[in-house]
Each structure stands twice: as structure tokens, then as C-alpha cells.
Design a protein around this ligand. Structure first.
Ligand SMILES: [Fe+2]
Length: 131
């Protein structure tokens, strides 16, 4: 399990999507067959895009001042992921690609969540009425 409760933001939708991303990264690291790998990478590409778009909608819903900067990190990541995906599909689960998967998916997500998503969710909580 690559996800840990330290990564929790307290926003259910975001936490569930983050967990799903870590689960898929885990599956990718275990996968060896080309078809299986392609399926997981395709899933990740579209799920990442959906997740970022959901997060950005939340940013806008509370007029988050750092929304454009945060969006910039997402856009940059989509490019990085695309290059990584192409390499993985071409070369397969080599050690170098597995290390890249660990860094680009797991490492990036962890750092991004701990700093930028948590910064946003603090803002979100301060600007939405709490139950
Ligand atoms: Fe984000």
C-alpha cells in the first residue's frame, strides 16, 4: 500500500482519487505483461486528467488565489506523465522504467499532495462552512 493516512487532505473526493492513483501505481509496479501495462497506463492518463480537473473545479468554487499556479503544476505533470508513459510502453517494465514510475507517479504525487494539495485544502476548509 503506497498511500498512507499522512496524505489525507480531509476532502473525501480528493482523498479517494489520490488513493485510487496510488493503487494503480502499485499495480503498474507489479505488472509485467504488455497488455496489462498498457491498460494501467491508459487508465492512469485519463484518471490523472479527471482528478486534476475535479481538483481545479474545487479551487475555482472557493476562488482559491493560487488556482492558476496550481493548475500550472498539473499541466506540467501531464506533459511529464505523457513522456514517461510513452517510454514505458515502448521499453516495457525495465528497472529504469520502474524507478521512473516510482519517482514520477508515487514520488511526485506524495510531494504534490503534502505541499500543494494540503495548502489548498487548508484554504478550502477556512472558506467553506463546516458541518
Ligand atoms: Fe493538485
Amino acid at each position: 500500500m503506497l498511500w498512507s493516512s499522512a496524505l489525507e487532505t480531509g476532502i473525501k473526493l480528493i482523498d479517494e482519487q489520490h488513493k485510487q492513483l496510488f493503487d494503480k501505481a502499485d499495480e503498474l509496479l507489479e505488472a509485467n505483461g504488455d497488455d496489462k501495462i498498457k491498460k494501467i497506463l491508459d487508465f492512469l492518463a485519463s484518471y490523472v486528467a479527471k482528478h486534476f480537473s475535479d481538483e481545479q473545479k474545487l479551487h475555482l468554487s472557493v476562488n482559491y488565489p493560487k488556482a492558476p499556479t496550481h493548475r500550472g503544476y498539473h499541466d506540467e505533470y501531464i506533459k511529464t506523465f505523457k513522456t514517461f508513459k510513452e517510454g514505458y510502453e515502448k521499453e516495457g517494465p525495465t528497472l529504469a522504467n520502474k524507478i521512473a514510475a516510482n519517482k514520477i507517479i508515487v514520488g511526485w504525487l506524495r510531494d504534490h499532495i503534502m505541499v500543494h494539495d494540503k495548502e489548498f485544502t487548508r484554504y478550502y476548509r477556512e472558506h467553506t462552512p463546516q458541518k
